[in-house]
Design a protein around this ligand. Structure first.
Ligand SMILES: [Zn+2]
Ligand SMILES: [Zn+2]
Length: 364
């Protein structure tokens, strides 16, 4: 489907402007002009009620279509993969954008704070601290070319919970018992301390408020990797506007709300379980049942900014990603088997030498 490419022309020279990380501005690479992105503040009631949407949205699993944009920079037809909002033109780099098409458009954007240069520094430090990283990997990062900026969708969830539990609290005490032990080849009676638990039935309640619990809503980058980039500074989110996305590759959610919510519930339940264990107290705990009431359940689907690089090594792909607000980094990494091999060789040699030394000079 052909759609019109959205660009933001520079008031000075007419070139397409891009969002400059760490600022509230669009910037022109050609003449250096800046233009503020003036969006209204994010309304406090930005989140939607979950119950109403769950039944409606689960049926709308994104039926994604491929969009074709005419690049105003070079005239090429640029086809965007399904569920892509925008990306730089692969031929001339012009930042291309299109309107989102999912049933739920992005509710907010967390703009990039970490610049490309700063992200490259974070990558380099991380690689430098890796043990057994192949030199090929260090070279990939040195060039910085492979580092790309993405806005990726997350589901964020709110809930106010109250949980009623029943269980038992275990308090430890010690008793002195007499046992027969073999000492110097003879059985002798000895006094020993033995730990025992006194169990008392308990019941009670705990409450826990969840705000902006983030769940990855795309598989554009490995979701397990993205999940490690927490926390996200959701307090700094801005109203969704295509201008924040100009110059970056941006995607819409591909994971249904229902499935994201299920994962969020699982995380909430494990947090609540820990609250209950703490509330029971004592030295050991048994939980017989937790009954949780969820109120005020709301959600939103913001875009979060990520610098990422994918490189190939030994026939497979590895991805590294940086939270482009906090600088938190997470990466999949290959190991250099040669480096490990030589380390083991060296350690074996040292151990062998030590053993020889001990036999000849040690132990009196
Ligand atoms: Zn300009
Ligand atoms: Zn182009």
């Amino acid at each position: 489907m052909h759609v019109k490419a959205e660009i933001f022309p520079c008031p000075g020279c007419g070139s397409a402007m891009r969002y400059a990380p760490g600022t509230d501005n669009l910037h022109c690479d050609y003449c250096g002009s800046d233009k503020p992105i003036d969006v209204p503040p994010l309304p406090p009631e930005m989140k939607r009620e979950l119950g109403a949407c769950l039944s409606r949205v689960q049926s709308c699993h994104p039926g994604a279509i491929e969009k074709v944009l005419d690049c105003p920079g070079c005239g090429a037809d640029v086809s965007l993969e399904p569920l892509t909002i925008g990306e730089p033109c692969p031929y001339c780099g012009t930042p291309l954008l299109s309107e989102p098409g999912n049933p739920l458009p992005p509710s907010a954007v967390l703009p990039f704070a970490v610049t490309h240069k700063k992200a490259q520094g974070i990558f380099k430090r991380w690689i430098g601290n890796l043990w057994f990283a192949p030199n090929a990997l260090k070279r990939v990062v040195d060039t910085g070319k492979s580092l790309e900026g993405y806005y990726l969708p997350f589901w964020i969830f709110d809930a106010d919970t109250r949980s009623y539990y029943e269980g038992e609290r275990g308090d430890a005490y010690y008793v002195t018992v007499q046992r027969m032990r073999v000492m110097n080849g003879r059985e002798v009676p000895v006094q020993e301390q033995e730990r025992r638990i006194r169990w008392t039935p308990v019941s009670g309640s705990t409450s826990r408020t969840f705000r902006d619990l983030p769940i990855v809503a795309t598989d554009r980058l490995p979701p397990k990797l993205l999940a490690r980039l927490q926390p996200w500074a959701s307090g700094q989110m801005q109203c969704f506007d295509l201008r924040w996305l100009s110059g970056f590759t941006s995607h819409e959610y591909s994971r249904p709300l229902e499935s994201g919510y299920e994962e969020a519930r699982g995380i909430m339940q494990s947090v609540i379980r820990n609250d209950v264990l703490r509330s029971i107290g004592g030295d050991e705990q048994r939980i017989y049942g937790i009954d949780t009431r969820y109120d005020g359940e709301r959600f939103a689907v913001p875009l979060f900014p990520i610098w990422s690089s994918t490189f190939r090594y030994g026939g497979r792909n590895y991805t590294i990603a940086v939270n482009a607000v906090s600088g938190e980094i997470a990466g999949e990494r290959p190991y250099s088997y040669w480096k490990i091999f030589f380390l083991i060789l060296t350690l074996t040699a040292i151990a062998g030498a030590a053993a020889w030394f001990y036999r000849h000079y040690g132990g009196d």
